[in-house]
Design a protein around this ligand. Sequence first.
Ligand code: PLP
Length: 370
Amino acid sequence: MTHHDSSDRQGFATRAIHAGQEPDPRTGAVNVPIYATSTFAQDGVGGLREGFEYARTGNPTRAALETALAALEGGAHGRAFSSGMAATDAALRAMLRPGDHLVIPNDAYGGTFRLIDKVLVHWGIDYSVAPVGDTEAIAAAIRPETKLVWIESPTNPLLNVADIAAVATATHAAGARLVVDNTFATPFYQRPLALGADVVLHSTTKYLGGHSDVIGGALVTDDAELDAAFGFLQNGAGGVPGPFDVFLTLRGLKTLAVRMERHTANARAVVELLRGHPGVSEVLYPGYAGMVSIRLAGGREAALDLCKKLEIFTLAESLGGVESLVELPAAMTHASTAGSLLEVPDDLVRLSVGIEDVEDLLGDLTRALG
Ligand code: PLP
């Protein structure tokens, strides 16, 4: 959960604002220009001025974001994708071949499960599920043909936490590699590469972008060969973000540190209120960041009722933006897990606590819970 280590030359907030984002050498612009261009003139065949050739392969605005993301995760290489799912797809296809097996959480973003369960299985890839909080169970799920252990921590939506260092040790002992989806913690709170993970994945749509105005994803790794494979898929499969989306994500990143502090402060106050409320049977919160999941004493009807009555918390999918959101995972973000080992309780309400005035958020919850 650390966001500083002795090898960092600059603090986290400084890197979020400056890494990869030096003033434009030609004009002095303090923000990275939006390079809205699909192609780059060559000085003679193969004569690339700055290494840029065609914008599916690489674009200077995207390169700035990739440098910034790598710096924040403390990794050597970053790759930006058009969505978290495009990043997930690239990671899975770069790291798995037909006949391989992977271990996934029994509690994870429904879209990740859907991609593995509905798409990858047709390419001869098999999976097992294990709880991320139980390293022994993960180790026990590893088979001789396991090439990948995939975890989220904290998980979406039950906010279970993995011992990433222990999972990395167990994974590597079996000759497999570990991918950690760090979307919920963000590198402000947790840096999986420093804990032994091979790859960090983000839906930058969430806290990194931070304003619910862009869809994006990223992969960060220290492994040059893996990074090359991810880059090959950026170019070869094409799931890359456009320069405007990249600019918005870079703009969001600059305030990540202050936003995360405020998300946490507000979420802690929300947790304190909800823990004492008779209408709430369980409050799930890992202690940091803005995601809080609750189960309602009155079951599914009470959960639906709460979603309907909240006003400042907007009923919508997604999370990690400045505005507070509420959703019912069983019917919304996690509908694809129905009937599977990843099915979520139907009385579960997921809150993304935003950075509004906390009194307003507490008032909204108190009124809506009745
Ligand atoms: N990983 C997690 C933990 C998520 O919550 C999400 C989206 O909700 C994704 C990945 C997929 O990201 P995107 O929606 O940007 O494709």
